[in-house]
Design a protein around this ligand. Structure first.
Ligand SMILES: Nc1ncnc2c1ncn2[C@@H]1O[C@H](COP(=O)(O)OP(=O)(O)OP(=O)(O)O)[C@@H](O)[C@H]1O
Length: 887
């Protein structure tokens, strides 16, 4: 007991009581090791055993000596102060019976004695001292007694109840400080040690960061799980390389410029904004390798655009929505890992393939390895649909605009005249944009019409050189080969192009060029750097649009399906048979190529017939039997044909059924008056306004010995909206904007549209009906047969066509909704006056803008010109060329 008191007394008085005393360190011989400081109660209990002093001497001295290290040697270890060797203690903390005071959180020397380790030699004093003190989870509230442990370098006070760290001001050698999970409100509120490098201050209650200039030596600072609202006070921490501010209330990333940070973690805050500008923000963190901003509200990756050394970027669960953001990372050649999970951008189609393509150095995307296979596949994105293609184009345009100031670059087609001001009125087929544009040009002197080239045939009302330049396919190819065209695109089976020559129009006349085209041409102009102002033109509703298209294109469907019938028993029989069955579309009884009747399945013409029509006969004919000059499509003696000749009753029946029927030459309605010659029009049509107009078209068809089919227009209109044909006068019986090949292409293969009768369709739609004039009975059979069949086919074809146009319309509108600024304006062509007004406003703004910015184009002053030309010349060894000495 006396001994203990003496020790306590000495330990309080001597400043060196924390030294480990060695027997040969004579100047400190009176001072015990901290671990020697015994415990009173235990002492009493253990009084029978050997004295503590003896125990210490016998058990530990040599071991302690052996494990003593050099002062500060740990600094160079990966895990400083990691205790690998078994620590030698006289008392373990668990063996202590805590006094009341100790239980209330007051740190006592004997507690310290149980928790110190890492004995090291203090150079100046030629004695030994413990450098590590681990007091985690001891419920401490008062650590005043720590003051005496002057040489502590590593201090762990985590999981206690501390509210202040004042006593640590007396530990000048403190280097590692762990005070996480306490109740501290003040950040580092003690006199700064010489060289504090690591601080874990997480899970405390810090609201405000104070100026840490005295703690200049900090390298690693963890302030996560506090209540910090703003980043501040870090300016002087020039050695800070790790900063964790996760789970605080920070809104703006600021005041971190020019630090030597390598890792910055600010997870789960409320960050919406990151400081940017000259000399501030992320680009000034030239050593940064890892940034983690998971669970925040940032919506752009532009902040990281210039973090060239960045290796890992984690921005999961933010608000990054646009694919454009991926491009901001394209120059980060060190970026190996990117995590953009739980951002809206991940739902955008092709986001990942864009990452693979744009970020060639990426090894890991959203936690998954980026394999070579993924990269290769990303280059072959097949079947990109129209909307998506347009979106990608749009994105590319934006990107190009963003990264390329308007100078000569690889993507710009060389022109030796300044880019003209252009307005493109783009719209889906049949939107009557042409009408609006023509009216507009006639009323505005400042606008000049741009005329496109096309391979489509000229319509009756069209003028060469005004509506289009109508050229043959071969001529079009020729012009294309000679590089005359700036845009080329396909539309419904024909090709359209805008020529360079057309562009010059505006420069010579000093006017704004106005084109009408589809969207692809407009986008192409944009891509070429011509900056056209694109206007979307369409009728206000789908109903109107459908009505217009039907009015314009219905004859296309009527005229197209004319079939020449000549002396072929097989075909007539089959067609007749096909239509005479009750539900021909689904379960008609058909005759197969082997001549036997099949009771169900898809109706089909015989293989012979198909082959003849589509191949051998060239144009394609369906022939009737009974004449010597019959085209032999099948062998007349074949079982099929024999079957036909034998089965007269069936033939009669068909003839009989149709012989009472006649049809109006105008509206094609079938009526039961046999005298078609004398009365070519039905009663209705005779009075009808449109009859005269239509008579011409009808006559034209008749001269071809063709057949117009019964009730076609009426049934076609019924297809969508049950209007009577008279409500929709057929406007242009020969509108040619849609090619036959487009209409006839087998859309079933694309999977989008399904036809019920593909075989018949492919036969009949290629053929022409010609009637053997002598054989009226057969003639009528065929009329009727073909009439009904075609009606069905027309409906299907029309449906496909209408669906296609409507889809195109929807896509354009979607594009408009999703890409603000793609279209300068939208005009509804059914309101012509309003459309004209809007175009006029745009014209005015275009003229003004062009006047203000029309600096004469001096190619040689272009800042990239010299470099580009020089590089090209160098490649072809022509450095002596005159361009090489451009000033
Ligand atoms: N220069 C061009 N480049 C690409 N496509 C074009 C061009 N000019 C016209 N087109 C497209 O070709 C298709 C046929 O045009 P056309 O003028 O023959 O008929 P339309 O669309 O019915 O006319 P409107 O819209 O005036 O009713 C349209 O889809 C149109 O957008």
């Amino acid at each position: 007991m006396e001994n203990v008191n003496k020790v306590e007394h000495e330990s309080q008085n001597s400043l060196l009581n924390y030294f480990a005393i060695l027997e040969n360190a004579s100047q400190c011989s009176a001072t015990p090791l901290p671990s020697q400081i015994g415990e009173t109660q235990e002492e009493e209990e253990d009084s029978s055993s050997e004295s503590e002093e003896e125990m210490f001497k016998s058990r530990t001295h040599t071991v302690v000596l052996e494990s003593a290290g050099d002062w500060g040697a740990h600094r160079f270890k990966d895990q400083p102060f990691a205790t690998r060797k078994k620590e030698v203690r006289i008392r373990n903390y668990g063996d202590l019976r805590l006094t009341k005071e100790e239980q209330q959180g007051v740190l006592s020397q004997r507690m310290i004695a149980c928790c110190v380790s890492n004995l090291e030699r203090v150079p100046e004093l030629n004695c030994y001292a413990y450098c590590k003190l681990a007091l985690e989870g001891k419920g401490l509230t008062d650590i005043t007694s720590i003051k005496k442990y002057h040489f502590i370098q590593y201090l762990n006070l985590s999981f206690n109840k501390l509210t202040t760290l004042q006593p640590l001001g007396d530990l000048p050698f403190l280097q590692y400080l762990y005070v996480n999970h306490n109740e501290l409100e003040d950040l580092l509120d003690f006199k700064a040690p010489f060289y504090l490098t690591h601080v874990n201050f997480s899970y405390n209650q810090v609201k405000k960061m104070r100026d840490l200039k005295d703690f200049w030596s900090l390298v690693h600072l963890d302030l996560s799980f506090n209540e910090i609202e703003a980043i501040e006070g870090l300016e002087s921490l020039k050695f800070l390389s790790y900063l964790d501010l996760s789970h605080n209330h920070i809104k703006v990333v600021e005041n971190i410029s020019n630090l030597r940070l390598q890792t910055l973690i600010i997870r789960a805050n409320m960050i919406e904004q990151i400081e940017e500008g000259e000399g501030v923000g992320f680009p000034t963190l030239v050593y940064i390798r890892t940034i983690n901003l998971t669970y925040n509200k940032i919506d752009s990756l532009r902040y990281f655009e210039a973090c060239y050394n960045l290796e890992t970027l984690i921005v999961a669960a933010n608000k990054i929505a646009s694919l454009m953001n991926i491009y901001y990372l394209r120059k980060l050649n060190s970026l190996r890992s990117l995590d953009i999970r739980e951002n809206p951008v991940c739902c955008v189609a092709h986001c990942f393939s864009l990452c693979y393509r744009t970020l060639p150095h990426l090894h890991e995307l959203n936690g998954d390895e980026v394999s070579l296979k993924k990269r290769v596949l990303s280059r072959f994105t097949q079947d990109i649909d129209y909307t998506l293609r347009a979106r990608l184009d749009r994105m590319e345009l934006l990107l190009l605009e963003h990264i390329n100031p308007p100078v000569i670059g690889a993507h710009v087609v060389p022109c030796d005249f300044p880019p003209p001001p252009i307005i493109v009125v783009a719209g889906p087929l049949g939107s009557r944009k042409k009408d609006v544009v023509f009216k507009f040009v006639s009323r505005n002197r400042k606008a000049v019409l741009g005329v496109s080239h096309t391979t489509r045939p000229q319509n009756a009302e069209e003028i060469e050189g005004r509506h289009y330049y109508f050229v043959e396919d071969s001529k079009f190819d020729d012009l294309l080969k000679h590089g005359e065209f700036i845009t080329v695109s396909d539309s419904y089976g024909f090709r359209y192009a805008i020529s360079f020559r057309e562009l010059r129009k505006s420069t010579t006349e000093n006017k704004v060029l106005i084109f009408y085209s589809d969207l692809s041409a407009a986008l192409m102009l944009k891509l070429m750097g011509l900056c056209p102002r694109i206007v979307l033109a369409l009728p206000v509703s789908e109903e109107i649009h459908l009505q217009w298209i039907k009015q314009t294109y219905i004859y296309k469907f009527i005229n197209r399906n004319l079939v020449l019938i000549k002396n072929c028993p097989t075909c007539v029989k089959e067609v007749a048979h096909y239509v005479s069955s009750e539900d021909s579309a689904v379960s008609s009884s058909t005759i197969n190529s082997n001549g036997t009747a099949s009771a169900s399945g898809t109706p089909a013409l015989s293989q012979d017939c198909l082959r003849s029509v589509s191949g051998e006969m060239g144009e394609g004919f369906i022939c009737m039997a009974g004449h010597d000059d019959c085209f032999t499509m099948g062998d007349r003696n074949s079982s099929l044909n024999k079957h036909y000749f034998e089965d007269v009753s069936e033939k009669r029946e068909v003839v009989h059924r149709t012989s009472e029927v006649s049809q109006c030459k105008t509206c094609c309605i079938t009526y039961t008056d046999a005298s078609t010659e004398t009365a070519p029009y039905c009663d209705e049509c005779i009075q009808c306004d449109t009859s005269n107009k239509l008579a011409a078209a009808s006559a034209r068809r008749d001269t071809n010995k063709s057949v117009a089919f019964c009730n076609s227009s009426a049934s076609l209109t019924d297809h969508h909206h049950h209007h009577h044909h008279h409500e929709q006068p057929i406007e242009d019986p020969e509108h040619k904007s849609v090619s036959d090949s487009f209409l006839l292409q087998d859309k079933t293969s694309s999977g989008s549209t399904h036809l019920n009768h593909p075989p018949i369709l492919s036969v009949l739609s290629k053929a022409q009906v010609h009637v053997d004039e002598d054989d009226t009975e057969k003639q009528e059979t065929v009329y009727m047969t073909a009439t009904e069949t075609f009606e069905m086919l027309q409906q299907e074809h029309l449906k496909i066509f209408l669906d296609d146009v409507m889809e195109n319309r929807t896509q354009m509108l979607e594009l408009h909704m999703e890409n603000t600024g793609l279209f300068r304006d939208v005009i509804f062509t059914n309101d012509v006056e309003d459309s004209l007004r809007r175009l006029k406003a745009l014209l005015k703004c275009t003229v003004e803008h062009h006047l203000s910015s029309s600096v004469p184009f001096e190619i040689e002053k272009d800042r990239n010109f010299k470099e580009v030309i020089a590089r090209k010349l160098k490649r072809i060894n022509l450095m002596d060329n005159k361009y090489s000495c451009i000033p």
